[in-house]
Design a protein around this ligand. Structure first.
Ligand code: FES
Length: 187
């Protein structure tokens, strides 16, 4: 898969056109091939994920239209699905997408303090907001499925667990200082 790369990140908006790279097109055809003939709509979620990764972590209108056309679905149906899941972004996001779990187990273990820490640190007013420098986006999400190590924050594809405001503060500082490389979560 053509994964996320610094050059794929374009906070000012994606290019107006979108099509899969040759590598991703092969992958996409393989994904569609897993499903019975006439059931290619079942491949919608993995193809949206593939398109989002290629497109700098968000699904532009062009990317949505391309995936709809690729699967022979209506653009409206594709947009409906993409807008339902918090894992899909319909607006450009920062290089680091900070997703704070705020479901009950995480809340009982201090997620509210993590949320306040992020808000204060990043100076982002709204859920889904992005810092002025385009480095961080912040959003609240439902259970990330790692409640045993609550509270949990997902940043891009990595989970950071058993966080405290202090460790999260340090992590955000590290991200701001190191650029694109994500520090590995501690186990
Ligand atoms: S409640 Fe946060 S990971 Fe499940």
């Amino acid at each position: 898969m053509t994964g996320e790369s610094p050059s794929a990140w374009h906070p000012q908006g994606a290019p107006p056109d979108f099509r899969f790279t040759a590598e991703n097109e092969t992958l996409a055809r393989g994904i569609v091939g897993r499903y019975p003939a006439g059931r290619s709509a079942s491949a919608l979620l993995p193809l949206l994920d593939l398109a989002q990764r290629q497109n700098g972590r968000w699904l532009s209108p062009a990317a949505l239209a391309y995936v709809a056309d690729f699967l022979g679905l209506s653009p409206l149906k594709v947009r409906e699905v993409a807008s339902f899941y918090t894992m899909f972004n319909l607006e450009p996001v920062g290089r680091y997408e900070v997703q704070v779990c705020r479901t009950t187990p995480c809340c009982l273990c201090g997620a509210e303090d993590l949320w306040k820490t992020c808000r204060a640190k990043l100076n982002v007013e709204e859920d889904g907001g992005t810092t002025r420098d385009g480095l961080f986006s912040l959003k609240e999400v439902e259970c990330l499925g790692a409640c045993v190590n609550a509270p949990v924050v997902q940043i891009n594809d990595l989970y950071y667990e058993n966080l405290t405001p202090e460790t999260l503060n340090t992590l955000l500082d590290t991200l701001a200082a190191t650029g694109p490389a994500l520090p590995k979560p501690e186990r």
